[in-house]
Ligand binder design. Structure first.
Ligand code: HEC
Ligand code: HEC
Length: 181
């Protein structure tokens, strides 16, 4: 009796393992490396892969025109040539030389806004000093490049007032809808 029961258990286990193996084999689809990416090209060759590298803006600061913002308070694109201005180093940041509010008047550059001169973690006004987190301008501001053909994009940015298309007011609107105790 005992012996029969044990054999029965072994048989049931064997059938279950066999069917599990069968099921997992049936469900496993093997993807080739070419099928893994969205671009459906081999991942080992860049020669025919998009994106293409566009032409960066070469106009000198002061000779170019601002780009419209993508959406309210988005980081504006850099509309001028930045050749020779990079890299931004610990001891040298040429961007600040034109864009810090005390310099901007003389150079015609848009002054760095108040949001960059505030510690946004504590809300502390840094009294005209740049917040450390804003030092590397290039981590948020990028230069505009011209692509041919342009990539289709149906994104439509929202703006609550006309000025927002070309200027920021983040520091005034940041706490909108927030009730501080
Ligand atoms: C020689 C002065 C000068 C230097 C250096 C400079 N800029 Fe500018 N920047 C300008 C001027 C002037 C404008 C206004 C538009 C124009 O005429 O090109 C401007 C516009 C901009 C704008 C667009 C502002 C807006 O509201 O749309 C951004 C962003 C910007 N610069 C970022 C930078 C960054 C980042 C660097 C450093 C890599 C830099 N700039 C270096 C003079 C300068
Ligand atoms: C952490 C991201 C970040 C960094 C770093 C940063 N910016 Fe900005 N910047 C923004 C955003 C977002 C805006 C738009 C909202 C705002 O005003 O804060 C902006 C706005 C601006 C404007 C437009 C101001 C206006 O009144 O319209 C200028 C000019 C500018 N930044 C220059 C700079 C320069 C120069 C540096 C480097 C010294 C820098 N930013 C670093 C995110 C950044």
């Amino acid at each position: 009796m005992f012996r029969d029961k044990r054999m029965w258990t072994v048989a049931v286990m064997a059938v279950s393992i066999a069917s599990l193996l069968f099921l997992s084999c049936a469900q496993t689809k093997v993807y080739t490396e070419e099928e893994l990416g969205l671009r459906q090209e081999t991942l080992y060759d860049e020669s025919s892969a998009m994106p293409v590298h566009g032409e960066p803006i070469m106009k000198e600061p002061g000779a170019s025109a601002k780009f419209e913002r993508s959406f309210e308070n988005s980081p504006p694109l850099i509309p001028h040539d930045i050749t020779g201005m990079l890299p931004i180093a610990q001891t040298e940041n040429l961007c600040m030389g034109c864009h810090m509010p005390e310099e901007a008047g003389g150079t015609g550059a848009t002054p760095i806004p108040k949001s960059h001169l505030t510690d946004l973690d504590t809300g502390k006004d840094l009294d005209g000093k740049l917040a450390g987190s804003r030092y590397n301008c290039m981590s948020c501001h990028v230069i505009q490049t011209e692509l041919t053909p342009t990539v289709k994009n149906v994104f439509k940015g929202g703006f609550r007032d006309e000025k927002g298309h070309y200027r920021s007011n983040l520091i005034d609107t940041l706490n909108e809808g927030v009730k501080a105790e």
